[in-house]
Write a protein that binds this ligand. Structure first.
Ligand code: FES
Length: 139
């Protein structure tokens, strides 16, 4: 019965990710010991799921959709402008750990592209200039 209430591995990884913004090495070692799972197997699980990260990420996670509908509405211009403004490429984090940029698949607002998600807030019908204004508010 006690096992029924035990956190599953994925629940525990989600909790760590929510707390730290990524999954630090010391947490992987701790889980490996407590759950008696080889570290290599844990890394396999973590790398399988794109929502888990083993490197620190930015306080603001910027996701710009570049699926077909947004792409046809010049999402690439938004992405290139953000890259230039932040000095990072897609998948990278600024040195001050403030911003991480990700170019992603559909964010579910296909008729309102280009679409950007900053943490949990969605922005639609975006111009490159609007994107920069939004990011400047985060600085
Ligand atoms: S194609 Fe961009 S939100 Fe769906």
């Amino acid at each position: 019965m006690e096992k029924f209430y035990e956190k599953t591995l994925l629940e525990e990884l989600h909790g760590i990710q929510d707390t730290y913004g990524y999954i630090p090495e010391e947490q992987i070692i701790r889980i490996a010991k407590t759950k008696k799972i080889p570290k290599s197997q844990l890394y396999g699980v973590i790398s399988f799921y794109s929502m888990f990260h083993i490197e620190p990420r930015g306080r603001y996670i910027i996701r710009v959709c570049n699926s077909l509908s947004c792409h046809l509405n010049s999402a690439e211009d938004v992405v290139e402008t953000i890259k230039e403004f932040l000095g990072i490429d897609s998948g990278e984090t600024t040195l001050d750990k403030k911003f991480t940029l990700e170019v992603v698949e559909c964010l579910g607002h296909c008729g309102e592209g280009p679409v950007m998600l900053v943490n949990n807030k969605i922005y639609t019908k975006l111009t490159p200039q609007q994107a920069i204004s939004i990011l400047k508010e985060c600085i």
